[in-house]
Design a protein around this ligand. Structure first.
Ligand code: T3D
Length: 259
């Protein structure tokens, strides 16, 4: 993997986008490597939380624009999206464990889409989000049209697309686009502390909750109630559930194993 760094430590898999010279712009190879890394972490029971972040001063500036300048007239961006970014977004959203987007800097274009696909965003105070697409005559992609209005409502989402202006970490926090914001010098510690907390939690329940909530977007209330009852049967029979109840009754901290 030449465009990303993968590290597994203390049950946390950290994937670092590593093309800092272009603020981690995505080439085809980097999209593929990132997708493979997310799938690897999703499959690995030793990884109970995934952190996705960027090296240098950017999270990701989206599609590498230098990489696309030689595309011919018959090039299909649609097929490029289907074979690349769609797989990455779906890998993140179908990973049944919490994925933290550690937004260290600019998250623009598809980089913003990838950030939005994460479950929990922690932004450095110097980070910003930008739907850069319309600046180059494109529409938002990489799941942005589905994800962003659900997070912040249509009015603000469309505003971001219309203006393509930078939305600061603080504004994003107020809009509900990020969960936490930290000053730059406290950012890494906050990401590490949050990831450790999630990695020691009831991982099976976290995964099933993600599945139920995301599925709920496409379900009626009746279907959602049925589905959560089905998943609660699974969670209710887990070792973590037994341990959680025992720990409560014995007035001690629970020791979850993720099973
Ligand atoms: O085709 C398909 O597959 C469809 C998919 C489309 C998905 C998309 O992502 S479309 C949107 C693509 N992204 C953009 O349009 C954003 C372009 N970048 C920017 O607007 C700015 O770089 C930022 C606002 C993100 C940050 O600005 P700033 O001033 O902090 O940094 P900078 O000086 O512009 O960039 C630093 C370097 O990174 C610079 O290189 P240099 O001059 O130091 O050699 C710049 O050219 C390079 N860079 C930044 N973004 C990209 C990039 N190089 C290639 N591709 C980029 N996207």
């Amino acid at each position: 993997m030449s465009n990303i760094i993968y590290a597994l430590e203390n049950s946390v898999a950290t994937i670092t986008l590593n093309r800092p010279q272009s603020l981690n712009a995505f080439t085809d190879e980097m999209i593929r490597e990132t997708t493979e890394a997310v799938n690897r972490a999703a499959r690995d029971p030793a990884a109970r939380c995934i952190v996705l972040t960027g090296a240098g001063r950017g999270f990701s500036s989206g599609q590498d624009l230098a990489d696309i300048k030689d595309r011919g007239d018959d090039f299909s961006i649609g097929n490029h999206l289907r074979g690349g970014y769609h797989r990455l977004v779906k890998a993140i959203m179908s990973a049944e464990k919490p994925v933290i987007g550690a937004i260290n800097g600019a998250a623009a274009g598809a980089g913003c889409g990838v950030a939005l696909a994460c479950d929990f965003r922690i932004a450095s105070e110097k980070a910003f989000f930008m739907l850069a697409f319309t600046k180059i005559g494109l529409i938002p992609d990489s799941g942005v049209n589905w994800l962003l209005p659900r997070l912040i409502g249509y009015a603000r989402a469309y505003q971001m697309a219309l203006t393509a202006e930078r939305v600061s970490a603080q504004t994003a926090l107020g809009w509900g686009m990020v969960n936490l914001v930290a000053p730059e010098d406290q950012f890494a510690a906050l990401v590490q502390q949050t990831a450790a907390q999630f990695a020691q939690g009831a991982s099976l329940a976290y995964g099933l909750t993600k599945r139920a909530m995301l599925r709920g977007f496409d379900q009626s209330l009746e279907q959602a109630l049925d589905y959560e009852a089905e998943l609660q049967d699974v969670a209710g029979r887990s070792a973590d559930s037994r341990e959680g109840i025992a720990a409560f009754l014995e007035k001690r901290a629970a020791r979850f194993t993720g099973r």
